[in-house]
Design a protein around this ligand. Sequence first.
Ligand SMILES: Cc1cc2nc3c(=O)[nH]c(=O)nc-3n(C[C@H](O)[C@H](O)[C@H](O)COP(=O)(O)OP(=O)(O)OC[C@H]3O[C@@H](n4cnc5c(N)ncnc54)[C@H](O)[C@@H]3O)c2cc1C
Length: 695
Amino acid sequence: MANCLSDFPPGPLDKYRKLASFDWKQLSLFLNGEEFLNYRNELYNEILKYSVLLEQTDQTPTLDELRRKTTQKVFALKLVRDSVTARTNCNYADMSFAESSLAYLLDPSASVKRSVTFYMFTSVIASMGTERHRHFIENCLNGEILGCFGLTEIGHGSNTRGMRTTATYDPASRQFILHSPDFQAAKCWVGSLGQTATHGAIFAQLVTPDGIKHGLHAFVVPIRDSKTLVPYPGVKVGDMGEKIGLNGVDNGFIMFDQYHIPRENLLNKIGDVTEDGRYVADITDPNRRHGAALGNLSDGRINITSVNMCYLSKAVTIAIRYAAVRKQFSATEDDEEIPILEYQSHQHRLLPHLATFYAFRTFCKYLLEERDKFQLLLNKKSIDVHRITNTGLELHAISSACKSLAGWYARDAIQECREACAGHGYLKASGLGELRSNQDVCCTYEGENHVLIQQTSNWLLRLWPLVLKGKSVSTPLNTVEFLNRAPQILTSKFTPNSFEELTEPKNILDTFQWLVCYLLKLSFEKYESLKQHSLHSVESKAFWAKNDSQVFYAKSLSIAYIQHLILTAMSDKISKAADFKIKTVLEKLFALFAVTCLEKHIPFLYAGSYASGPTAAVLIQDSILRLCKSIKNDAIALVDVIAPPDFIVNSVLGYSDGQVYKHLEAAMLRAPGALSRPSWWKEITNWKKNIHSKL
Ligand SMILES: Cc1cc2nc3c(=O)[nH]c(=O)nc-3n(C[C@H](O)[C@H](O)[C@H](O)COP(=O)(O)OP(=O)(O)OC[C@H]3O[C@@H](n4cnc5c(N)ncnc54)[C@H](O)[C@@H]3O)c2cc1C
């Protein structure tokens, strides 16, 4: 263990480090495991070999310079991963989380660009293509060609069925002809397309010579010559310009003008076109084909969940370390000033976010492992279609909710941490502003959160009729096994009378199971009633009933479902802790995450008659404060467990030595021109002569 984890430099954080009730190295080992820590160290050491990855600048570079540097980092990060995975035998879950906790925090733009260029492009080909496309994967992973993933269009994003780029088969030339009818059909937002991609996995409506549309299909589309980067005739490709974050990524647009590509470039796993122009597909139902075409997107969402949690970990590292050092006010004139971490409101602002990371850490590992098992299932020689379909659907339901929730949690945590660091948090050198701008888009890409989370409730709502008919509910990942007891659960009551009873893991999980059953029943009934009493046409009743039962119903259901799953994963992990001190602190974090979530569900507990009288609401609020207070002395050690290395924290407020003022002073003095007169100083002294009204 000593090799995996190094001690922190001495400094102002020592006071709180000494107050910790547990050994942070033991907790790190228990939470992460030796394999993860070793892999992360390997990754870290490999990163240190590339000077381009270590460059830090206080100044905002021009867009062009940022793009150039980011692209250099993309290649360096690819070499880092290739090298470490070639010599380390690490499981997928650990590898993936380590990537999020180092590469994504080091440079979000370069990591996102690397991901779309090399992995997203190849993963679409691997899952939707066949043997004839293998060379594209090999060439991309060798860096001969550079990929991108193009689905979104100017006029349509979430509504993928509305995409209007066409790929019409021409039997005479045995080619597909890609065409964008107008600007609204231009592919847009495509990462890496703006300046560098040579090939794209592009989604278009497949049309056969008889004029029949067969729905969205993916094609490998050559975009630029890989030797010159000059776009091919027939494509109009460009960069979308500056964004509010992730500016190292060249998000681009593309329009096709009767652009020909070989027939073989259709990724033909779900459907193919013969040389003479006949459409052939194993899946005959167009709806199922559409699902299959987009069904492999769970991977990205699972990764974004981890990435979000790593962003959150960086924010709480900065804000909690700063809170332990920053002092304001004293109780009396003679007393010493008090670290702001001692204030109740400050604890309440920061510590629930710390608990969120711990809750998600175990859950992310569980999720990444399930994703890995699913991949093995897909690769098996004897394919069990039924099991694959059902596992894919359950993973889709899980990833749709946890990607959304993780995005919202990280967004809120980063903003709270920025405000908690107040004035100095607003400095670029705090690192929080950039973190906020780069995380922001996690709520939008790979499925806009509000639209995406509907996928989870849709899946759950399909299970409720089984409960009503008294049939068994059985799903491959067993995430809703408790629905089989729904009738009993729905008659149960909130019984805790004390802090200890409320925070007991079994009672917490029971409460969340009640919430899921209640919200599922409520959402189902709301949907059915809206459908029945709808004034809309017969064909559109279900559509409007679904839309009108989201707020307070289906959305809350998806959230409660995923929170229950997160808590279950954490509770399982805690039950394996042999060290009493580690078990105790993890139980507190479990309870804090749980009661913070429950606080938002209080209206449901009363509306559903699960709780009555003031006890439940008062206990939940009291427990939040009590837990914050009792975690406070452990906060710095808990941060030490999850903090990235200093050069990745890269924040004057959040370094592990806690020398906030020393780093702050150095950063201010380093700022270009900090102590000099501006070159345009005469414009100030003569301003009355220089500034004139036009009139
Ligand atoms: C930085 C960045 C990188 C990206 N990278 C890529 C990429 O590499 N490849 C790619 O193909 N795409 C990419 N995207 C596009 C991204 O996937 C889309 O932005 C996303 O799918 C949402 O689509 P939209 O922006 O068109 O929003 P819309 O679908 O138009 O949604 C607009 C708003 O309406 C709401 N809304 C829509 N429908 C409903 C409904 N039924 N019920 C309730 N509310 C609804 C949404 O919640 C949203 O707030 C990227 C986007 C960004 C910002």
